[in-house]
Design a protein around this ligand. Structure first.
Ligand SMILES: *Cc1c(COP(=O)(O)O)cnc(C)c1O
Length: 380
């Protein structure tokens, strides 16, 4: 530890968690857990105390996302990764089109490619650091892409592919790291789904989806078809979206959820709504992100990775460092000082920092982080 860099206390952020997910959990959320020790922690998710929490999450998110008529909030176990498989089993009728521009958007496309009862997906591939939306294609019944590609720090627009509605196709948007941090018009989607360990600052393991009536109808039709004699499709009970919806409507989940995750999520949704909802969260994340991008643009050793200014994510910020400054040494020196989870996405393999600036992160802490990075970079 001879060459440990010690950052002066006066420069340190108050909270050093900058992960892109799992992300900072606010003290108030942890206090909500402590307050729940005798109930509802350790009690049945089929009884009123836990169901009230699920109900509050569903109502709070309906308000937060200003749900259009007929849309509803469903949830279940397994995280966004499980929702991909659920979409393959219960939502895509025959063939989906994907925008693929990073690890996460590629994974959903890979799931669809491996489902033996689906036709090969049409994949519109973009280079890492850019986005590419799927384009209108004959025979496609679901268009899929990610609102925020967490592996590269790219945000993409959320609007239906022109002509897709006339075609009867659904729009399925992976909002795992974008939901709660980036603006959205839910009417442009049929499933806007996410996990709670990113902007909602809870733990992982749960998926949440805002569903249109068309998405629910599609799932009913697809699952009914799978029950017909000779059908090739297998809908494992765990991947049945209609079961998830039926349980969600009763403020329950198909199988046992982590009650702690629900409690922290409920607290966060109330906190966000109490501060002004989505508009407030969007503005706060944009402010934090702009602190980082403008610092990098001024810096002589740091540069925003994403060249297109409009595609630079306002919640997961990726910053390339000059080869003379070793990013993994910076990350490790920061970690020695209690500033954690600032490394770039491993598989992207760049000399890069990646900073999660979700609503829970204080913009003042982001400012402090830039000063700490400068302090470390000058002393490596
Ligand atoms: C984190 C993430 C996922 C995976 O979420 P899990 O909860 O681990 O399944 C999927 N998509 C995006 C865009 C993500 O950021």
């Amino acid at each position: 530890m001879a060459n440990t860099i010690i950052i002066p206390d006066s420069l340190l952020p108050e909270d050093g968690r900058f992960g892109a997910g799992p992300s900072k959990i606010r003290d108030d959320q942890a206090d909500a857990l402590a307050a729940a020790v005798h109930s509802p922690l350790g009690t049945s998710h089929r009884q009123a105390p836990v169901r009230r929490i699920v109900g509050s999450i569903r109502e709070g998110l309906s308000e937060f996302f200003s749900l259009p008529d007929g849309y509803e909030v469903a949830l279940g176990n397994g995280g966004a990764s499980a929702f991909w498989d659920m979409a393959c089993a219960s939502l895509i009728s025959r063939r989906a089109a994907f925008g693929s521009y990073g690890s996460f958007s590629a994974k959903f496309a890979a799931s669809a490619a491996s489902a033996p009862f689906l036709e090969s997906p049409v994949v519109f591939k973009g280079e890492p650091g850019t986005y590419r939306l799927p384009e209108l294609t004959d025979g496609v019944d679901a268009y899929c892409w990610a609102h925020n590609e967490t592996s590269t720090g790219v945000m993409a627009p959320v609007r239906r592919v022109e002509g897709s509605r006339e075609q009867g196709a659904l729009t399925l948007v992976d909002a795992t790291s974008g939901a709660g941090a980036l603006p959205v018009d839910i009417a442009q989607t049929d499933a806007y789904y996410f996990s709670p360990q990113k902007a909602f600052g809870s733990d992982g393991g749960l998926w949440v989806a805002v569903l249109s009536p068309q998405a629910v109808e599609r799932a009913e039709r697809v699952e009914a078809g799978a029950k017909l004699e000779g059908a090739r499709r297998w809908v494992p009970p765990f991947l049945s979206l209609t079961s998830a919806v039926a349980n969600s409507r009763k403020d329950q989940t198909l199988n046992t959820p982590a009650v702690a995750t629900l409690i922290m999520l409920e607290n966060q949704v109330r906190w966000l709504n109490g501060h002004g909802g989505l508009d407030w969260a969007v503005a706060r994340c944009a402010k934090s992100a702009s602190i980082l991008y403008s610092w990098a643009e001024r810096s002589d050793y740091a540069t925003p990775f994403v060249a297109d200014v409009d595609a630079r994510s306002n919640c997961v910020v990726t910053i390339d460092l000059d080869p003379s400054v070793n990013a993994s040494q910076v990350v490790s020196a920061l970690r020695d000082n209690g500033i954690v989870d600032t490394s770039g996405y491993r598989k992207l393999g760049r000399n890069q920092l990646r900073i999660g600036v979700f609503p829970s992160v204080e913009p003042a802490d982001v400012q402090a982080l830039t000063e700490c990075v400068d302090y470390v970079a000058q002393r490596l």
